[in-house]
Design a protein. Structure first.
Length: 101
């Protein structure tokens, strides 16, 4: 999983941009980030006033199969169902969760 850039780096990049001396591609090369990253940081700062990375949102699928015996019985009762059909019947899980079990 990717790690967000530090707030310190974001501040330094945006300070350089705010000076107005260098172009975005020059700043990107200097700080070894992409021009798109700089554009995103500028846009986020202008819209929200913040430069910190997003946090607190769900990462990945949070639903799990807890009762494995019940799940094994469920699979036995549905031998010809696809992963998609099984996940729809079981509810609150993705087909990849079913596949892992």
């Amino acid at each position: 999983m990717a790690v967000p850039y530090s707030v310190d780096l974001r501040k330094r990049v945006l300070a350089e941009y705010d000076k107005g001396v260098l172009k975005r591609y020059e700043i990107a090369k200097l700080f070894q980030v992409t021009v798109r990253t700089i554009y995103t940081w500028i846009q986020t700062r202008d819209l929200t006033g913040k430069i910190e990375a997003k946090s607190g949102y769900q990462k990945g699928h949070g639903h799990k199969i807890i009762d494995t015996e019940k799940f094994k019985s469920f699979i036995t009762d549905n031998p010809n169902s696809s992963l998609k059909e099984l996940s729809d019947k079981w509810g609150n899980v993705s087909s990849s969760t079913i596949k892992m079990h």
